[in-house]
Design a binder for this molecule. Structure first.
Ligand SMILES: CC(C)(COP(=O)(O)OP(=O)(O)OC[C@H]1O[C@@H](n2cnc3c(N)ncnc32)[C@H](O)[C@@H]1OP(=O)(O)O)[C@@H](O)C(=O)NCCC(=O)NCCS
Length: 186
């Protein structure tokens, strides 16, 4: 299953891209990718800090275990063998059995690949994976900075609805923002 190709497509600007599951050989590039985005210090939870190769390996090992249990899945978009972006969707990791039908989704596209249609293709595949790969998912949930307009526009285009806000629930570069909660029933 690791490395399985899910789809080939052309980006809006005509680049050849594939969607696939990650594999161990991605470790170096994924470590680079995650730290590159973190250094941008943008509106995502992993911002500012750096992750070592060992930490990314532990993260990947946990992911592969969750994928074996059909609890969580990650989709990479690769262009010219480079990770252009990745998205992850999985059941909530709470102790409660009452919300195991709810999945949480997250996505990050590398800066040079943004605005080329990749985020839309990855999100559509994650929704498909929630229906076919994860078990018993009925609802997809996400949380986003109120100021992250590109992300909110993308989610709305996919049918996500804003269901609430936590006033000043997120902080970035010393400023407080509303945390926008969005859901999609599947
Ligand atoms: C948000 C993000 C995932 C979108 O992915 P992307 O590949 O850049 O988006 P796409 O090119 O597929 O565009 C899809 C839609 O998103 C919206 N969008 C993308 N970039 C946008 C921008 N700069 N401004 C406004 N809307 C934008 C548009 O609605 C677009 O649809 P369109 O075809 O009508 O233009 C990507 O920009 C990203 O990874 N950003 C940094 C990390 C992040 O913010 N992640 C989300 C955290 S909740």
């Amino acid at each position: 299953m690791p490395g399985k190709v899910l789809k080939s497509f052309k980006t809006r600007s005509g680049k050849n891209a594939i969607l696939r599951y990650p594999k161990w050989e991605d470790l170096d590039d994924l470590t680079k990718y995650v730290n590159e985005i973190s250094r941008e210090n943008i509106l995502v939870s992993f911002s500012g800090e750096q992750r070592s190769k060992k930490e990314e390996a532990e993260w990947l090992a946990n992911l592969f275990k969750d994928m074996e249990d059909n609890r969580r899945v990650q989709v990479l978009c690769c262009v010219d063998k480079e990770t252009a972006g990745r998205g992850t969707i999985g059941t909530k990791t709470t102790m409660s059995k009452k919300n195991q039908h709810v999945a949480i989704v997250g996505i990050m596209i590398r800066k040079k690949y943004r605005g080329d249609g990749i985020g839309m293709v990855v999100m559509k595949e994650l929704i498909e994976q929630a229906k076919t790969f994860l078990r018993g998912i009925r609802l997809i949930e996400l949380s986003v900075f109120e100021s992250n307009k590109p992300a909110i526009k993308l989610y709305k285009e996919l049918g996500f609805k804003e269901v609430g806000r936590i006033p000043k629930g997120l902080k970035h570069r010393g400023k407080y923002y509303d945390e926008v909660l969005m859901v999609l029933g599947i």
